[in-house]
Design a protein. Structure first.
Length: 278
């Protein structure tokens, strides 16, 4: 016994083709703005010589975290990356992660705020986030190519879609966890909804929001290798190149570089989050 095949894939493909044809002006504008911004950030970071960038980054990490170990790790870790001749790839990865994180936060935090403020928005957004977080990462490369072609913009698009859910979820969670007694006190003193949001709820939700930012950065870094398949370059591109050429040593070196960058950013953001909680 057979049942009729549901042409779900055909419907999805037709929808994507329709959006590509009718939203090309938006995708071109997004591509131009994103690529220019990424090029400026990357050029600015590469303009700083390695011997100056490394101690400055380590000093910034130490000042932000007040932890000597984090500063020393950043110094010797990035020194190791320089010695492995992966500096330009690392700077490209940092620029990609920075742009992807900024776009993810710019979209995710407002959506999380509206989800916390509105029950219908919450009910609409949460199932979408469930699908986004359970979808295999490779699937996000499929719509990126017809919309933006191969290159860094497509990599940023797929990285943003993959990394954005934690910022939405934790922003919403942080606002919802504000004690009801404090909300009632704010209302008793005549605060408007927006005053209560900006003067009470967002400040108290900052540690949770920072945890979402931290997870967004980590997910963006985890997407680096996958996004290299559509032109992300950077350290992920080095790993992908090593896989294609069966150069195991080069692949592990690039992987170590990704680990160093991930640990450095994770420790800095964790300390910032704990400081905002204090």
């Amino acid at each position: 016994m057979t049942i009729p095949r549901l042409p779900l894939g055909d419907w999805i493909e037709a929808t994507i083709n329709f959006l590509v044809e009718n939203l090309s002006f938006l995708t071109k504008a997004f591509s131009e703005i994103t690529e220019n911004g990424l090029d400026w950030i990357e050029a600015g970071l590469k303009a700083i010589p390695e011997w100056l960038f490394i101690p400055l980054f380590a000093l910034m990490a130490w000042r932000l975290t007040r932890n000597r170990g984090v500063g020393l790790f950043c110094f010797f870790g990035f020194l190791l990356i320089w010695s492995m001749d992966l500096w330009n790839a690392t700077i490209s990865t940092l620029a990609l992660v920075l742009v992807s994180t900024l776009v993810s936060i710019a979209i995710g935090v407002p959506v999380g705020i509206f989800a916390a403020m509105s029950r219908p928005v919450y009910r609409l957004v949460m199932p979408i986030l469930d699908v986004m977080q359970t979808m295999p990462a490779f699937v996000y490369l499929i719509p990126a190519i017809p919309f933006f072609g191969l290159g860094k913009v497509a990599a940023i698009f797929s990285t943003v879609v993959f990394a954005m859910p934690p910022s939405i979820r934790l922003t919403c969670l942080g606002i919802k966890q504000v004690p009801g007694e404090l909300v009632e006190c704010a209302e008793a003193f005549g605060s408007t909804r927006w005053q209560r949001l900006f003067k009470l709820e967002l400040p108290m939700a900052t540690p949770t929001i920072m945890a979402g930012v931290n997870q967004t950065v980590m997910l963006a870094l985890s997407m680096v290798v996958i996004a290299a398949m559509i032109g992300a370059r950077g350290l992920g591109g080095e790993v992908w190149k090593a896989i294609q050429r069966m150069q195991m040593g080069d692949g592990f070196e690039a992987g170590i570089g990704i680990v160093i960058v991930a640990i450095a950013l994770d420790r800095i953001l964790q300390k910032l989050g704990s400081r905002s909680k204090a």
